[in-house]
Design a protein around this ligand. Sequence first.
Ligand SMILES: Cc1cc2nc3c(=O)[nH]c(=O)nc-3n(C[C@H](O)[C@H](O)[C@H](O)COP(=O)(O)OP(=O)(O)OC[C@H]3O[C@@H](n4cnc5c(N)ncnc54)[C@H](O)[C@@H]3O)c2cc1C
Length: 396
Amino acid sequence: MSIIINGGGITGAILALMLSKLTKGDVEISLIEKHSPYCCDAQLSLNICPPQVIALSRGAYSELIRLNVAPILSSCSTIIKQVEVSEYPWFNKVLIKARDYQLSELGYVIELNIFRKRLFDILCNQSTVTVYCPAILKKIKREKKNNIIILDNGYQIVSKLMVAADGAYSELATNCGMQWFRWNYQQIAVVSKITTEIPHFGRAFEIFTEHGPLAVLPMSNDYSVLIWCISDTRQKEVSIWNKNKFSQELQNIFGWRLGKILNVERRFFYNLWLTRAHSHISHRLALVGNAAQSLHPVAGQGFNLGLRDIVVLSKVIVQALYQNLDIGDYSVLNKYQKHRYLDQCRIIKITDGLVRLFSNHHLPLVVTRKMGLFFLSYSTLLKHLLVNVILNWKTD
Ligand SMILES: Cc1cc2nc3c(=O)[nH]c(=O)nc-3n(C[C@H](O)[C@H](O)[C@H](O)COP(=O)(O)OP(=O)(O)OC[C@H]3O[C@@H](n4cnc5c(N)ncnc54)[C@H](O)[C@@H]3O)c2cc1C
């Protein structure tokens, strides 16, 4: 019995580890990744590799801990103790503090480059996982009972199931005829590491501006990561700003919450799209992570959602395995697709709704969101509801 996972990004690597643990050696797992995660070391030190940093909910973090990766996870994570949400240039703000909910943290910020590298170290030592890296698929033959693939290095692998974890517009899924709904937000995310006069002390900030949200998340060594969404028409202008000009513009919007912005490292630009595959399964194929859907980063939900997808997919596969069913059978995969549909739609709606609500100048909407933030800042009940949404973690 064998499963191929194409793409060893964070989703593919976690899925490989999850399946290897849950199937206790009863399934051979092949992980195919085109770029070595170790290449990033040199690139990181030269500052030419983007700081891949994401916020994880407490629930998602606990799910990862179950994979016995606590030491490596904690070595590349920073605790979020407080979140401040506001709208530029207004003064209304909502403050959510972990201690108000008797929690030690609201969530975590994970440095993916480091985490992924350490996951690869573990995977390479698992007897039932074979990592093919760097490698790409050259040929796919989809038969009734199996998939047969040939890699560019000549290896041939036969599998009952292929999982596309190779990111947005997955090459594997495209080759299998899958299609995506695509929506261009016409926004760019500018991502950079910054240092500030005042340490972050675990504080995260999200400021909604008319051009898009700006988030500052706490990182290790008193760095913060900046994710600043701007209109794509401004990319050229912003990319030629020198460091001083960029810091000034950032300081204008971010204010003095962390004192003076002392340094802004190299900036990386991401086009922001909503993509969602019309179907997340096909003959002996399942889509996960960004290959299934990719979201605007406004609410930091992309990987949180992707992780719930792979938790369910793993459970469905393991159930089928121990009921002596064919793990690649359409009826098995359909369970995964059905089970995940509502949560995926809900998160897409929330994320997409937030982007539209805050970038809209239509007067009733402007009033609604100002009232919303106002009531949220004063109502304990509403804040509790918001915190429940942030912390909630349900895959059933
Ligand atoms: C600016 C920004 C901020 C974000 N912030 C958050 C956040 O705070 N919280 C959160 O939960 N999410 C966040 N996200 C989303 C999160 O980063 C993604 O959901 C997550 O990284 C997706 O991982 P993935 O492994 O599915 O896809 P990818 O990261 O795209 O990985 C795909 C992998 O497949 C490999 N690959 C591609 N093609 C092939 C091929 N043909 N053969 C073999 N391998 C291949 C690639 O090299 C790569 O390693 C953010 C996204 C952005 C852009």
